[in-house]
Ligand binder design. Structure first.
Ligand SMILES: [Zn+2]
Ligand SMILES: [Zn+2]
Length: 449
């Protein structure tokens, strides 16, 4: 059990009047000195994004840098993923993860290094490609942390596993790496760490949620059958649009009447398609749902409820037994992301000392999803896990938004242009200092390790 391994940091935090450790300045200065090269890397990654499972050039760029830093690098793990290992004596195994994929979004930031890349995603419609989720900031901070840790091997003892994960946006890349032997071919981590840039917090702010931080994400497809016919003779048909509408309305009661008000849940019908013409009653309607929850029990309640409601409404509409709706859910769902509470509080206490109490805040959990969750789920007894937010909103924009002058773009927006330098500097320092704390060679500090 990992606990109290950051005892000195907690003690500092409790006293709170002590100045930040000297090491903070040294590390911060070193990252600042490297920032021109890091920003070159960031701009290059930003300008040439690649879609999920197509991160070939991106992975090659990262792999080359990691080799140059002295890591043993394996490419092609989980299709386009990379694993970089640095062994440095006895001690814990710490895994730092970055994701690598861009999105099928046509960039409209107007930045001089804006992406003009084009690609054809699964939808088949050619589109621009953009790092609209900020994974370019993740990769740059990850490289910076690798460099800082490689240059400070005398300050830590243990094994560092740095992974570049593909296809986070599909929710499939983490699983692909695990299924390709991430925990058997490479050292299994005691702690996994990652961060994500955030479009709701000012640049450089660190936000965290102990326990459930992001939700279970299930995609459900419902094919509602009907009996088609002439629009002027509805009594000779079973109208699938009316039936599917009833299903949509009844689904609203799952969260409002069946789920506990204290257990967050979402059922959204994001797509409803049926019919081709004014005067024809269709044979079929298709619904696409996203279903969000935190606990396994809540997830099951929603998924069971969706099947029951679809069938129940079809029976009420008089559909025959062999024409019941088909409810299909995607085989690989994204499980809820859980931040190990003790690890989270320990790390954040240390980061509060380093960055100051105003820069580090506990924030509400969200119903978004993140497949970083898979790394803990694959090793629930041996591994602790933490992902935190680093705010990316330029300070001036944040203030104007607070005054109601502008609306901030969200992640995935074609206008998302974070203060990348602030995100990268903050995240690189947070990741490096946390890894150094977790792998501090002074063994008496690692009580319970
Ligand atoms: Zn995203
Ligand atoms: Zn993302």
């Amino acid at each position: 059990m990992l606990k109290s391994f950051l005892v000195p940091a907690i003690a500092l935090s409790a006293l709170c009047t002590l100045p930040a450790p000297v090491q903070a300045d040294e590390l911060r200065d070193a990252i600042a000195a490297d920032m021109p090269q890091l920003m070159d890397l960031y701009r290059d990654l930003h300008q040439y994004p690649e879609l999920s499972f197509e991160e070939v050039e991106t992975a090659a760029k990262l792999a080359g840098r990691m080799r140059a830093l002295g890591f043993e690098v394996t490419e092609g793990v989980g299709q386009t993923g990379i694993v970089a290992v640095m062994r440095n004596g006895d001690g814990p195994t710490i895994m730092l993860r970055t994701d690598m994929d861009g999105l099928p979004v046509t960039e409209q930031t107007g930045l001089p290094f804006a992406s003009t890349q084009m690609a054809v995603p699964a939808s088949g419609v050619k589109t621009g490609v953009m790092h609209a989720c900020g994974h370019d900031t993740h990769m740059t901070a990850w490289i910076a942390a690798a460099q800082m840790l490689a240059e400070r091997k005398d300050q830590w003892s243990g094994t560092l596993v740095m992974i570049g994960q593909p296809a986070e946006e599909l929710g499939l890349g983490a699983l692909a790496m695990l299924e390709d032997g991430l925990y058997t071919r490479f050292p299994k981590p005691d702690v996994t760490l990652a961060f994500h840039d955030a479009a709701q917090f000012p640049a450089g702010m660190i936000g965290y949620s102990p326990g459930f931080a992001l939700a279970n994400v299930d995609s459900v497809d419902i094919t509602v059958k009907g009996i088609g016919g002439h629009g002027a003779y509805p009594h000779t048909t079973k109208d699938p649009i009316v039936l599917a509408s009833a299903i949509v309305m009844k689904l609203q009661t799952l969260v409002s009447r069946e789920s506990s008000p204290l257990d967050p849940a979402v059922v959204t019908v994001g797509s409803f398609h049926s019919g081709f013409k004014h005067n024809i009653i269709s044979n079929e309607a298709k619904l696409q749902l996203t279903v969000r929850s935190y606990s396994d029990a809540s997830r099951q309640l929603l998924l069971d409820g969706i099947e029951r409601i679809a069938r129940g409404e079809a029976i009420a509409a008089g559909m025959p037994d062999d024409q019941m709706p088909i409810v299909a859910r995607e085989e690989h769902y994204t499980p809820a992301t859980y931040n190990s509470p003790v690890l989270t509080e320990d790390v954040m206490a240390a980061l509060r000392v380093r960055f100051g109490p105003d820069q580090v805040a506990q924030v509400p959990s969200v119903m978004g999803g993140e497949d970083f969750a898979q790394f803990l789920r694959a090793s629930p007894d041996d591994t602790k896990s933490l992902i935190f937010w680093v705010g990316g909103v330029p300070q001036a924009d944040f203030e104007r938004a607070n005054d109601g002058q502008i609306t901030l773009p969200s992640l995935h927006s074609p206008f998302w242009a974070p203060d990348a330098e602030k995100v990268i500097a903050t995240a690189a320092e947070a990741l490096t200092s946390t890894a150094l704390d977790l792998m501090a060679p002074a063994s008496e500090l690692k009580v319970g390790m």
